[in-house]
Design a binder for this molecule. Structure first.
Ligand code: XUL
Length: 523
């Protein structure tokens, strides 16, 4: 009998599902539901509720529950062998939080299949809406918590990251300060990931070490709640948080609700979920320490895995637990393809092919020309006021500006990932710009490392499915080796390897100092 596992990803704008068969090493089904389109009654735009304050970004936990019903109904309709699924895991947009009252435990235990999940959840929320990762309204709370924890370096070394507006701890503090009664009525605080896992398990689910690390509340090294951080955040928090557990570990059998309504097997296991970034790390095949993947998307993201916990003293990068054990880092550069597109627009370049050809017309190092492309406020390095800066670079030199934007982005990545002390032997690259040979060559040359392209759609949901399989196999004491499990699902594109050019790497070695000086001057 086929051994099937389901991975779900509850992201900002959609809920995705991926079913894998671990014997044939194949994805047998995948589907995404866009929240705005599938559930217009919740009135979200790109998954976010309207708010007068531009800094406040909330969504609705009932929307996520309704999407879970819809996706299961769709899978049933599409003929997915739901009765053969052995375990389910998932991932959620990180940092977002759900506030449940003391009726939630009983409601989850008695989910009635004759009603929708949304109806079943009537009256269980202590807060109707959920702040999500896009919210940046907690600058004051970040300062307060950071101060109590002893500054950036100590906050990062204890919790894995400096305090950030979107992180759950500062969000909880704001809730306590501004809606203290509702906070008092909160019996359980869940993350998006643990809330969704609770629905499937029919009980309050643990938070995993990956998503838990995005809260500024978890001790990153001991992997337990940090009492100083809890105290610095809000009173009585210890009682409101669930236990922490490994992603993919079994919570129990799935709730009868899903057995009766959608035909899941009585013995199918509900497992602990994680955050979308930790799940993506597994979905991209990064299961050994020292591996690196770079996603060149709207934002550019640098993922790395580490055996030992190494935190960033400057507080720019994040450290989370990895579902495959050990740790992972996440460094997010907001001006990724966003900035590349702006340069393309500025110079009326018709397409990316032409952009690549222009890049190739100029030599590595761009004759010393540097462009700092902070079209939007930047996360790494911290730039609050957007701006673009040129050094030894003529604004009218189109080709040099095309090269300059990407060289600066890659030099920035190299500079700001040095704290990880990871020297990878190869780098995986994914996302839109990864199919542009001229850009991938710059990446290989700046990083002085071989680069291989991987094309995985829905990397978080795939990672979650693999996580479900791993947890199930481990509980059965069967061969749950990560490398065997991911084989075939995450292989690089054949013939995509790019080797660094020795001459160019020397140029960039020198240029790194100049780039750092330019950043220093501009900031
Ligand atoms: C990570 C972060 C985002 C969300 C997106 O820190 O805020 O990547 O996880 O879903």
């Amino acid at each position: 009998m086929a051994r099937l596992f389901l991975g779900l990803d509850s992201s900002t704008q959609s809920l995705s599902g991926v079913v894998i068969d671990i014997d044939t090493h194949k994805v047998v089904y995948e589907k995404s539901l866009n929240f705005d389109q599938a559930l217009p009654q919740f009135k979200t735009k790109h998954g976010v509720l309207a708010n007068r304050d531009p800094l406040v970004k909330h969504s609705s936990p009932k929307l996520w529950a309704a999407a879970l019903d819809l996706l299961f109904a769709q899978m049933k309709k599409d003929g997915v062998a739901l009765g053969k699924i052995l375990a389910i895991s998932g991932s959620g947009q990180q940092h977002g939080s759900v506030y449940l009252n003391d009726k939630a435990g009983a409601a989850l235990a008695e989910l009635n299949p004759k009603q929708s999940l949304e109806e079943n959840l009537d009256g269980v929320f202590a807060r109707k809406t959920s702040p999500i990762w896009m919210d940046s309204s907690t600058a004051k709370e970040c300062m307060e918590i950071r101060k109590k924890l002893g500054g950036i370096k100590f906050t990062a070394s204890r919790t894995g990251s400096d305090t950030f507006e979107r992180f759950t701890g500062p969000q909880i503090r704001k809730f306590w300060k501004t809606e203290s009664k509702a906070y008092d009525h909160t019996a359980h605080i869940a993350l998006v990931s643990s809330f969704m896992a609770s629905l499937l398990a029919g009980k309050i689910a643990p938070i995993d070490f990956g998503d838990g690390a995005g809260m500024n509340l978890m001790d990153i090294r001991r992997k337990n709640w940090n009492h100083d951080a809890l105290k610095a955040t809000a009173p009585g928090l210890t009682k409101k948080l669930p236990p922490l557990a490994e992603a993919g570990s079994i919570i129990g059998p799935v709730s009868n609700y899903f057995v009766k309504k959608y035909g899941l097997n009585l013995e199918a296991a509900a497992t602990v979920w994680t955050g979308d970034n930790p799940a993506s790390v597994v979905g991209l095949g990064l299961i050994k320490p020292g591996q690196v993947a770079i996603s060149l998307g709207t934002s550019d993201t640098f993922f790395g895995t580490m055996e030992k916990c190494q935190t960033d003293e400057s507080g720019e990068g994040h450290v989370f637990g990895s579902p495959a054990g050990g740790y992972m880092t996440l460094i997010c550069f907001k001006n990724g393809s966003l900035a590349r597109e702006k340069v393309r627009e500025l110079y009326n370049i018709p397409d990316w092919k032409k952009f690549g050809e222009l890049v190739e017309q100029t030599p590595p190092g761009n004759n010393g020309g540097v462009l700092l492309p902070w079209f939007e406020a930047e996360i790494v390095p911290r730039v609050n006021r957007p701006g673009i800066f040129r050094f030894d670079l003529e604004e009218k030199d189109v080709a040099a500006n095309c090269r300059a934007v990407f060289e600066a982005q890659m030099l920035s990545m190299r500079l700001h990932s040095q704290w990880m002390q990871v020297a990878p032997e190869k780098i995986f690259v994914t996302g839109g710009a990864s199919s542009n040979p001229a850009l991938v060559q710059i990446l290989a040359d700046v990083m002085n490392c071989r680069v291989l392209r991987i094309e995985v759609s829905k990397s978080a949901a795939l990672g979650a499915a693999l996580q479900a399989a791993h947890g199930w196999l481990a509980a059965k004491d069967q061969n749950s080796k990560w490398d065997k499990l991911v084989a075939g699902f995450t292989a690089p594109v054949a013939g995509s390897e790019v080797i660094p050019d020795k001459k160019a790497t020397k140029v960039y070695e020198k240029m790194l100092t100049k780039y750092a000086d330019c950043e220093y001057e501009a900031l």
